[in-house]
Design a protein around this ligand. Structure first.
Ligand SMILES: Nc1nc2c(c(=O)[nH]1)N[C@H]1C(S)=C(S)[C@@H](COP(=O)(O)O)O[C@H]1N2
Ligand SMILES: [Mo]
Length: 269
């Protein structure tokens, strides 16, 4: 009697053991599936991040207009759900910053492996297209244009509605283009950055010398190519030390996305 129950018990244990083993086999399969699934998600995550990155890089005036519309929506929604929007904005700007940091790293990597003279040659501001004279300026050459220099505290709104003031020093873009003998047939001016980010402006927009700061009725700004921000020159190791700055066209104008950092070229069309 005892012996047979021990036998039954060991049979049961054996059965359990083999069930567990089979179970493990299935589990193993599932684990593989879930690894694949995770990879799938990870891949998608990377794709999204890359998409975002390239969107940002290839931001055009049309995109910017979409951003402006989105921003208007946010502003309209604002009073209804203030706190939530603020949270979302913070989250979005963080993502934006992360993306920018990512872009920066990606841009910097190939540079740092190259030799010094090539890097210096890269940091030249070019003016090309419908101009009587193709021009190219080093930072020092641009800084020596005393009669074109403008310094001011620019008010800005970004596409998430964040407002700020930033002091910039640089040259008056329209005066610089006059110096390059811009063609009387020219229609637009495109500002192109080394990362592919670009903004196109009509000639009237570039000529305008009275961009506003919605918070300061006395302030008037031209479009400038800045080399100094908050009293600090841009680090030439991080790319061309030239940034296009524009004030607001009218109150509420989301002007910050129109700024173009690390300018490679000004193309007159
Ligand atoms: N070259 C370059 N310029 C750029 C961008 C960019 O991704 N690349 N982003 C634009 C956007 S969306 C904004 S809001 C502003 C941010 O300006 P900041 O760098 O002074 O914060 O830069 C603009 N200029
Ligand atoms: Mo932005």
């Amino acid at each position: 009697m005892k012996k047979s129950s021990i036998f039954k018990l060991s049979l049961a244990i054996l059965l359990c053991f083999s069930l567990i083993l089979t179970g493990c086999g299935n589990k193993g399969g599932k684990t593989e599936d879930s690894v694949n699934l995770e990879n799938g998600i990870e891949d998608k995550g990377v794709e999204v991040a890359e998409d975002k990155g390239s969107n940002q890089v290839e931001e055009t005036e049309a995109d910017e207009e979409i951003e402006e519309e989105q921003d208007e929506e946010v502003l309209v929604e604002g009073p209804d759900d203030g706190e939530k929007n603020i949270g979302e904005k913070k989250d979005q700007s963080k993502k934006e910053k992360d993306n920018k940091a990512k872009n920066r790293v990606e841009n910097k990597e190939p540079e740092s492996s190259e030799d010094e003279p090539a890097k210096d040659a890269k940091n030249i501001l070019k003016i090309e297209g419908s101009v009587g004279q193709k021009l190219a300026f080093s930072l020092d050459q641009l800084k020596s244009k005393n009669n074109l220099i403008f310094k001011g505290n620019f008010f800005s709104i970004n596409n998430f509605g964040t407002k700020s003031y930033t002091e910039f020093k640089g040259v008056n873009l329209w005066k610089l283009l006059e110096e390059a003998q811009i063609s009387s047939k020219a229609k637009t001016v495109e500002i192109i950055a080394v990362d592919g980010y670009k903004m196109e402006f009509t000639l009237d927009q570039v000529k305008r010398q009275d961009y506003i700061d919605e918070t300061n009725p006395d302030a008037k700004f031209p479009m400038i190519i800045a080399w100094e921000e908050e009293g600090q020159e841009y680090d030439p190791e991080e790319g061309p030390p030239f940034k296009l700055i524009i004030g607001q066209k009218e109150p509420g104008d989301v002007n910050k996305p129109q700024w173009v950092s690390k300018i490679d070229k000004i193309l007159v069309k």
